[in-house]
Design a protein around this ligand. Structure first.
Ligand code: ADP
Ligand code: MG
Length: 438
């Protein structure tokens, strides 16, 4: 039953349909409504049973109940890159195939690190191993120099935010926020003070007496965020927390999370498949594909200097021009492309003379002639069509071998006009294109 639920959650959450997990969750919420009061007196066997039965996305409810303050405060914090470390972590669910192939990552305290990758690339699995709800098949995870791979989830002092809020529906907003503090036995007066402070911080100061059912999606997610932060966890994990919100609310919440992060300085491991979200919020991003980190770097570096064709394609947009490497001189390669043309490109990792290559160049780095922009490469191609996208126009050209070239031009008076089939010339700099081995 547990396995079926896990798979279902993954599939359903990834496809953006939330009804089924919500139903299952409600059942567990109802179970929990009784557990804390009735079962504690009788011993913990029911709690242990519910913990075993609960799907993995609900597990934080249990860790909030039992979480230990000591785990967070007794650790000798350091400020270097080694606050959180994954060392060659591998994960297999079926003992045959590795879902996470060899995952290593260093995170400094206070960083906002995002795991970015296509659906099914293993992002949630990494978070679940970090939180302790999935075993590590091999390798090690450590926080502040101490291995946590054998530490029980509730002792890791980790806060979590999910797409589906996971608020207790029978508790008011203030009670939801007070809960993690009460289970940590914080004195009543301090709980009240801190709950009010956090409600004010998320600008819901007047909403303390409302129930989750009386709040909008955005407000609920702000409460879920505050609840994950209020007990000052060692780490806060967020698994696609904004996936259920519409675009406008999502942008507001991105701002809200960034603001809280700046103000409170907590450490975040954030998961998303939305690259704009990752680029605008993170101190560093790890781009995932098939359980392997392709590149781990700050947003600007990732965008400007992708280390391979997968990252170049995944982050932002790129044109890919196929060709052969004629020569390499230091950082610059000469590439023969279709129609007897030669272009110069920055040498990408693993490029070798004589090999096949794809040269990546972003649509906004290409300029249609005539232009005042400086340039080192110039080629021509047949105009196909263009599309207005409001503040800019997208032009589509085609090389003789059918390779499509997409150019983004500001929608101003200088935007050119072409007729179908007409040859257009466009130019760009060597530093704006990278030749990757194909
Ligand atoms: P992501 O969060 O990047 O979409 P996941 O970590 O959820 O990816 O899943 C990575 C891979 O592991 C997928 O192929 C998924 O089907 C598989 N997987 C995830 N959870 C389980 C599980 N509990 N049992 C078996 N396979 C799983
Ligand atoms: Mg996921």
């Amino acid at each position: 039953m547990n396995e079926a639920m896990k798979l279902n959650r993954t599939e359903v959450a990834d496809s953006g349909v939330y009804l089924y997990p919500c139903l299952i969750k409600t059942v567990y919420v109802l179970i929990l409504t009784f557990l804390p009061t009735k079962c504690r007196r009788k011993g913990n066997s029911h709690i242990a049973m519910a913990r075993r039965m609960a799907p993995r996305w609900f597990a934080p409810a249990f860790s909030l109940r039992a979480g230990s303050r000591k785990a967070g405060t007794s650790m000798p914090f350091d400020n270097d890159d080694n606050f959180l470390r994954f060392d060659s972590v591998k994960k297999s669910y079926d003992q045959k195939t590795l879902v996470i192939k060899d995952f290593s990552l260093n995170v400094a305290r206070g960083e906002f690190v995002t795991l970015l990758g296509p659906s099914g690339s293993g992002k949630t699995t990494v978070l679940m191993m970090l939180a302790g709800f999935e075993d590590v098949t091999s390798g090690d995870i450590s926080i502040a120099g101490q291995s946590i791979t054998k530490t029980a989830p509730y002792k890791r002092n980790i806060g979590m935010v999910f797409q589906n809020y996971a608020l207790f529906p029978h508790m008011t907003t203030a009670e939801n926020l007070a809960y993690p503090l009460q289970v940590r036995k914080m004195p009543k007066a301090d709980v009240k003070e801190r709950v009010n402070r956090y409600l004010d911080m998320i600008e819901l100061g007047d909403f303390g007496a409302r129930y989750p059912g009386q709040l909008s999606g955005g407000q609920r997610q702000r409460i879920a965020l505050a609840r994950a932060l209020i007990f000052e966890p060692t780490l806060t994990l967020m698994d696609e927390p904004l996936g259920a919100l519409d675009k406008k609310l999502r942008e507001q919440m991105q701002y809200e999370i960034t603001r809280m992060h700046k103000k409170l300085g907590f450490t975040v491991i954030y998961v998303t498949h939305d690259q704009t979200e990752a680029l605008s919020m993170s101190s560093r991003i790890a781009v995932f594909n098939e359980g392997v980190v392709q590149q781990y770097a700050p947003p600007v570096e990732l965008y400007e200097h992708p280390s391979n064709a997968f990252v170049a394609e995944f982050i932002g947009e790129n044109n890919f021009i196929p060709g052969n490497v004629r020569s390499i001189d230091g950082k610059v390669a000469q590439i023969d492309i279709v129609g007897g043309l030669t272009i110069s490109a920055t040498v990408g990792q693993g490029l070798s003379v004589g090999g096949r290559t794809v040269v990546s160049v972003r649509p906004e780095k290409l300029f249609i002639q005539p232009t005042e922009q400086a340039y080192e490469n110039e080629i021509s191609a047949a105009y196909v069509t263009h599309r207005y996208v409001g503040d800019f126009i997208r032009y589509y050209f085609q090389l003789a071998d059918g390779t499509e070239i997409n150019i983004k031009v500001l929608n101003d008076l200088a935007a050119p006009n072409f007729v179908e089939g007409e040859q257009g010339k466009f130019v760009w700099l060597i530093e704006d294109c990278i030749a990757f081995p194909a």
